[in-house]
Design a protein around this ligand. Structure first.
Ligand SMILES: [Zn+2]
Ligand SMILES: [Zn+2]
Length: 183
């Protein structure tokens, strides 16, 4: 299933989107970059059948932190269970994208004129080689969740090195998720 540009969404929309405010469980602590110490940027909210995947990466010093690496500590992905509410956004740092964009599921075999912003399920569309991460908890190979492009509009996109692609994985038994990007 492709994820195509679904227009603007409200900041706390409980739908598939990039940007806006993350919906998080009680007691959530906003992730900080292990490399620069800054607050991460919230990138994507992905409500799926098995939970909500929430993706963050460091964009405080583009090109300086290893936010492309699933294990560097410069990005974070979570697998949440409900109930969820809008997070309190830290006052400092590059924390939010400039636009909230709905991601609309669209059958891959049906043509569309909307920008394709990602894909759900299937397999990862690797730009480089296979970098499927191992689960940090049980060490088994993680399950592919979604591909996510940087965004449709350069001014409000995430930065995956310019034309890169993000990859989201999860481990259902451990309730964890991971993120990396390639270009
Ligand atoms: Zn950083
Ligand atoms: Zn696991």
């Amino acid at each position: 299933m492709l994820l195509i540009h679904g227009g603007e969404a409200v900041a706390d929309a409980p739908e598939l989107r990039t940007g806006g405010v993350p919906l998080v469980p009680e007691g959530f602590v906003w992730p900080m970059c292990r490399e620069c110490g800054g607050a991460m940027l919230f990138f994507a909210h992905l409500p799926l059948a098995f939970g909500v995947v929430s993706v963050f990466l460091c964009q405080n010093n583009p090109g300086m932190c290893d936010d492309w690496d699933a294990t560097s500590g410069a990005n974070r992905a979570f697998l949440f269970d409900g109930p969820l509410g809008a997070a309190t956004v830290p006052a400092e740092g590059e924390t939010l994208l400039g636009a909230v964009t709905a991601l609309r599921p669209h059958p891959a075999d049906v043509p569309t004129t909307e920008p394709v912003l990602g894909a759900l399920g299937g397999g990862p569309g690797w730009i480089q080689g296979d970098e499927t991460p191992d689960c940090p908890s049980c060490a088994t190979r993680m399950t592919f969740t979604a591909d996510l492009e940087e965004g449709a509009d350069f001014a409000t996109s995430a930065n995956f090195g310019g034309g890169g692609r993000g990859y989201v994985f999860h481990c259902l038994p451990c309730r964890v998720a991971a993120f990396l990007w390639q270009r």
